[in-house]
Design a protein around this ligand. Sequence first.
Ligand code: NAD
Ligand code: UFG
Length: 336
Amino acid sequence: MKILVTGGAGYIGSHTSVELLNKGYEIIVVDNLSNSKVEVLDRIRELTNRDFKFYRINLLNRGELDRVFKENKIDGVIHFAGLKAVGESVEKPLEYYHNNITGTLVLCDLMKEYGVKRLVFSSSATVYGNPERVPISEDFPLNTTNPYGSTKLMIERILEDLYISDREWGISLLRYFNPIGAHQSGRIGEDPNGIPNNLMPFITQVALGKLKRLSIFGNDYNTHDGTGVRDYIHVVDLAQGHLKALDKILEKPTLDIYNLGTGEGYSVLDMVVNFEKATGKKVDYTIVDRRPGDIDICYADPSKAERELGWKARRDIQDMCRDAWRWQINNPNGYE
Ligand code: NAD
Ligand code: UFG
């Protein structure tokens, strides 16, 4: 079975590539390296003892992507490639809509042309906007608050319409909650450019001494300690969820939607305490103003994925902290 992994050099794509290779799939990675480094590909080969083809291609370039389909007999696609920074999407909406939406349209058009009708798509819990209550199940109303989130919601709609037009497609929309952590080898992990936007890489860089202290964005939220609550999920559990989703759509045509989360919420302060406990490192912090657009609380009802895919997140918050830290100390400058 040959799987095309778009964005396979990125954080979630690299972990999923390892799981695919370990399960015996052949993979082809397409990535333009706009938010990743070529070094990760050798790390994937090293961890799995398997080789694979890599194309440094922008999805927007139809001619080059066509070559990938021409040169390989592809059975299915896992589509990670996209821009993902919420704040940046507010500043550069056209870039986000163009990259994420046009990239997906070009990909799907070629899939259709070559009769490759199996697709797993990286959606996000951001499509739920500010949920009325928690835990969030897949049938909750959808609503987005920034261009990045809107690209995810629009792509979901496009893929639903594609399925309605031709029921031979098998499409799985996976709504990720907050992926953190790293492969337990410490060889691959999250390598953000510049100062991290997300909580866990910020914490690990404070613990390492690269950043002075964590700014906690507000302690007046409607949560148990006033700081924002999220559903953090180990990236390897998340990667394994993709294999389950893929198996199901390879078996028969369908349109599936799943939350991939743990079902547990942790506040920012809980994360600091858990990180300190898991690693023995101190994390200095200060409370600052809320970050615009942040919500109080967000965690999944992941029971549909368990029921229908037989998938459940297995790694706990201590595993997530420990693995994130192992990656950070072994690679203080990421893949450089
Ligand atoms: P990432 O930035 O590490 O990986 C995305 C990869 O796609 C990068 O390697 C980048 O170079 C590549 N890419 C971007 N645009 C491309 C294009 N036009 N052509 C070819 N390659 C391109 O991000 P990630 O955290 O691994 O996220 C993967 C997917 O999951 C994204 O679609 C993201 O929106 C989604 N997602 C991520 C999170 C999260 O918190 N990390 C949460 C929910 C959803
Ligand atoms: N936080 C801080 N300080 C920081 C960074 C984050 O206090 O330096 C807090 C945030 O306010 C929030 C929590 O830590 O309460 C988590 O923040 P992240 O930025 O790590 O994650 P978000 O939940 O804000 O966003 C993530 C992804 C988005 C996605 C969203 C919804 O980054 O792409 O989940 O699924 F849209």
